[in-house]
Design a protein around this ligand. Sequence first.
Ligand code: ATP
Length: 600
Amino acid sequence: MSAPTNRRSALRLGLGVAAALIALSLPLLLPLFQVTLLTNILIFSIVVTGLVLLTGILGLTSFGQAAFMGVGAYTTAILTAQMGWNPWLSLPVSLLVTGVIAWLLGLLTLRMQGHYLPLATIAWGISLFYVFGNTPALGGFTGLTDIPPISVFGLALTSPRSFAYLALVCLGLVALGAQFLLSSRVGRAMRALRGGPLVAEAFGVPIFGLRVQVFVLSALMAALAGWLYAHSQRFVNPTPFSLQAGIEYLFMAVVGGSQHVWGGVLGAGLITQIREQLRDILPGLLGQQGNFEVIVFGALVIVVLQFARRGLWPLVELLLPQEQMRVLPERERLGSRSKPQPGTPLLSVQHAVKQFGGLRAVGDVSFELRAGEILGLIGPNGAGKSTMFNLITGVNPATSGRVSFLGQDISRRSAGHIHRLGLSRTFQHVKVLPDLTLLENTMMGGYARGRAGIIRSMLHLERREEAALQHEALRQLARVGLGDQAFAPAGGLALGQQRILEIARALVADPALLLLDEPAAGLRYGEKMELVALLRRLRDEGVTILLVEHDMELVMTLVDRLVVMNYGEKLAEGTPQQVQGNADVREAYLGVDMDEEGAA
Ligand SMILES: Nc1ncnc2c1ncn2[C@@H]1O[C@H](COP(=O)(O)OP(=O)(O)OP(=O)(O)O)[C@@H](O)[C@H]1O
């Protein structure tokens, strides 16, 4: 790490310690009313941290977090106030009950796409609110009272000041865990999923499973907040767990910065403070009572969305010293797969057919790819190349026929399964995460080579694996010539370099076969030449490549063999010279001077 980077890290750490010390002194220094408000802010921040993970990072909007908070609060209320349990014993039960409910709701709703999921969260948010309000055993809308205080080392936390410290510790642990999670393999997978399922799936992320896990995790955070809330207020009723509260938590995340853990805390602090101030000021100003602060919140959210789409935390970040990802010492290397001997059959497509209704996009196409070669798949527009690509990568299964890879039938396998077998791909329309660095983007390619899950990541126990992944990604970035830009954001790269970054990402997976989907599309001449040089180098290093490409010049100068498709059928197969001499191919490419292209 360079000296300025060290200084920036030290400065940032210093600011973090100062902020922690200020936070620790606040419960002692503030007047009592403000301490109660601070406790509420800390508790709300825990709920919003869950929303940052679920909505800001993963992209699943939930209006129902307040309801999960209610489940946690009511469970502890019943167990402690009515059954005499110790609150510390009711905590795991509150978490378990909420976790099971969230898991069941997640299984039912998380396959929904688009706006159906937010609608579903509204539906169960309302349902749970009315369950709380209409169940006599839960005290109806009046609620439950006589909830005992929490004791720590025999000291009952009855004063707001002592309780604030418990809330502070809980928020500290939750925020730290969330921060650790985001800087892990799972966190990168979550960010990748936000941009759509294609990339995540292509690198072996179990999409539905990850969604359910993060959904349950965010519900557990809400349940912890509910447990704290019940024992700080010492009574519960349905109001703080209503849909309106659920919407307010979303406001907090959006205003603060829904993609940043500290943004969530900032949002919770701002909205809670502003609400209290407005409740005091507005009735006096307007001369009548009412929930006018809600109107102001609405306006505030619109203004923030207009001028700071990503919330306020990114603006705060501009004032803070920027820290680059710390490169950990490499203690061990990632295991690598055994590759087939050059010349042995790697991929075999036999009588593949793909029918889209009445349209036969691929009709009875067969070909084989051997280890160590570059095979080009070419054809005019609409020939069926992308459809064939999708059949091989598992994005779309064939209607009939068989695709086998390394001797295994993959015709009906998912993209993730095929990737884990050793196939790695790039995308026709570049799919890198622009806000993440080249290094982080590249590390995404090694998802399937890691094992750490959510719990290990939150506890930061995956550092050895993370170090190995970092160094592998750095090696692959250097291999493709992007090593000196590893810590720059990927969004700043030109298109040609983004395509090369995708190749580095694919290489981190240690693939037996690299599939490139139109890698030269949109590149300038110089960028194409760099790409050709890179692919030649990779071939010389033993990488097997299947290339779907439009650019005849690039294909003819690069590949060992070619498969030519036209109208979904295989038109020709052979070396570039053989294909160039084929009369059918010449006709299909009418107007293209193939001799000249090939000679270029
Ligand atoms: N999901 C789909 N549903 C219906 N038709 C499709 C679908 N995908 C592709 N097609 C059709 O299948 C045919 C082959 O398309 P495909 O995209 O595979 O061709 P291509 O060779 O990759 O073309 P291009 O070079 O323009 O990308 C086209 O007629 C296309 O309209």
